[in-house]
Design a protein around this ligand. Structure first.
Ligand SMILES: Cc1cc2nc3c(=O)[nH]c(=O)nc-3n(C[C@H](O)[C@H](O)[C@H](O)COP(=O)(O)OP(=O)(O)OC[C@H]3O[C@@H](n4cnc5c(N)ncnc54)[C@H](O)[C@@H]3O)c2cc1C
Length: 466
């Protein structure tokens, strides 16, 4: 178990048995979980090796019940951490000072899919893949596609502003949110935005809540924008002789108007890691790096013409024969290599990941800076990720599991960020609100905003209380 931060440090108090009884009175016994066994599932998310059991977990089934929990917490100064599916990688759902975990699992209704207004209204606990399936059954499309989509929930997606391979064309979750329903830390209800496309009155509170990681309010439902589902898709895998050539091709693909729906990069070491799990396509046997590019649209012939231009571009940069598929099974096979990289890399050796973002024009510099910074610490940097968004995961591989090796992996992660941010000037790790070391004016404004909306920071995840 990780060491709990005393809630008193933030002017908050621990949960007492009387609070648990009051919660049971408000929500019913079945919706209030206590005791170590039942709380284990709420003690961690997908952030590495951290475990903070809460004092109690609650599963409200309506916005009214969420409001009742938050009113009690505000009155008694109890810490509250909202939780959706717990797939977050940045510790936001960890109850670091105990308190109440407010899980949105039972807010799981898709209230509407409107084919005229092209919107969906979904509660915060709806699983993303379920929403996408329901929407696609009507010929519509909700593009955000974090790799965790089979399990993560709409509330967590909004709170993290989740992105995925398709965000290079369609943007992250933020771009798809027209309105939110939320409950503030004092229990008051907030409805912002809605079905209308234009909403220029007052501050844009909808977008303020997107990406706020549970620090401002508990989101209970969202109105999401939909589009018609593209009628055709095509996937191409492009092998390259060097990592720099693959990174350099990314910028050109966009500048030449090839308009990819996804553009993912992986270098040789990542491909080798996957090869330990399953055979690679022969075209990737010798290449130093690959790009996986997805094209979409309504006209299959037009996609094939674009794929030819893609192939010509890759060849002009020294690339080999492209692998192309426009049928569902073939595309699944081509994506398989990219999809298994995360799992494959994790099994390689103990590692530390620096999640980096740069403008696309600086990808080559990022690749070179990351490799140089890792080499200085005697480590290997393995790179892959959402190159179309300029977002690469730099994985630092240790040669052994010794304490010395672990510590050099830990210490070189910041140096990779520094080294890479020098040329790129824009670098961040996990998604989320500004950190302490952000510009003072920005931190001050964020703090003021938070205290205006959540007073004592009752609706608080990891970031709120750091
Ligand atoms: C295998 C894997 C792949 C992933 N791939 C991607 C990816 O491609 N792109 C990407 O962006 N992320 C990715 N992630 C990270 C994560 O899945 C996403 O950020 C996801 O959106 C989190 O959703 P969740 O439902 O699990 O939220 P949780 O982890 O439960 O919560 C995340 C944050 O949201 C807050 N929160 C949750 N619900 C609410 C609510 N109702 N109101 C207010 N705040 C709330 C929590 O307090 C916490 O701060 C991945 C994670 C894994 C494990």
């Amino acid at each position: 178990m990780s060491e709990r931060i005393p809630p008193e440090r933030f002017g908050l108090r621990p949960v007492a048995p009387a609070h648990v009884r009051e919660l049971e009175g408000l929500l019913g016994m079945a919706a209030v979980l206590s005791g170590p066994d039942r709380l284990e599932a709420f003690a961690s998310d997908e952030t590495e090796k951290l475990r903070f059991p809460p004092d109690v977990a609650v599963l409200p089934s309506s916005a009214e019940e969420v409001a009742a929990v938050l009113r009690l917490a505000a009155r008694e100064l109890l810490p509250v951490v909202p939780r959706a599916a717990g797939t977050g990688l940045s510790g936001g759902a960890l109850p670091v000072c105990g308190g109440i975990v407010l899980a949105v699992d039972r807010l799981d209704r898709i209230r509407a899919i409107d084919e005229r207004d092209l919107v969906a209204e979904a509660e915060a606990g709806v699983v993303l893949a379920d929403l996408q399936q329901a929407v696609e059954a009507r010929g519509l499309f909700y593009p955000p596609d974090p790799a965790s989509r089979e399990t993560c929930r709409i509330g967590g997606n909004l709170a993290e502003d989740s992105a995925g391979p398709r965000s290079c064309k369609y943007g992250s979750t933020r771009r798809w949110v027209l309105g939110v329903e939320a409950v503030l830390a004092d229990g008051s209800r907030l409805v912002a935005g809605g079905r209308s496309r234009k909403d220029a009155t007052g501050y844009n509170l909808t977008q303020l809540l997107v990406g706020s990681e549970g620090t401002l309010a508990v989101i209970t439902a969202a109105t999401l924008r939909l589009i018609a589902k593209p009628k055709a898709t095509l996937t191409a895998v492009l092998p390259f002789p060097t990592l720099a050539a693959a990174a350099g091709a990314v910028e050109r693909i966009f500048v030449e108007g090839l308009d990819p729906a996804a553009c993912e990069l992986a270098e040789r070491a990542a491909l080798d890691a996957v090869a330990r799990l399953e055979p690679l396509p022969p075209a990737l046997a010798e290449s130093a790096a690959m790009l996986v590019v997805e094209l979409d649209g309504d006209d299959g012939d037009e996609l094939l013409a674009r794929a030819e231009r893609l192939d010509a571009l890759a060849r002009s940069l020294g690339g080999g024969d492209a692998l192309v598929a426009d049928d569902a099974a073939g595309q699944r096979r081509l994506w398989q290599v990219r999809r298994r990289i995360g799992e494959a890399v994790k099994s390689l050796s103990v590692y530390k990941e620096a999640d980096t973002v740069v403008p696309r024009s600086r990808l080559v510099e990022l690749v070179e800076a990351a490799r140089a910074a890792a080499a200085r610490q005697g480590l290997t940097a393995l790179l892959y990720g959402h190159a179309g968004d300029g977002n690469l995961h730099v994985n630092l591989l240790q040669r052994s599991r010794s304490a010395r090796s672990r510590s050099s992996a830990r210490s070189s992660a910041p140096s990779i960020r520094r080294a890479s941010s020098t040329p790129a000037r824009s670098f961040r790790t996990e998604p989320g609100p500004p950190r302490r070391r952000a510009q003072p004016a920005k931190s001050c404004t964020s703090r003021a905003m938070r205290s205006a909306m959540s007073r004592r920071g009752l609706s608080s995840g990891w970031r709120t209380i750091r």
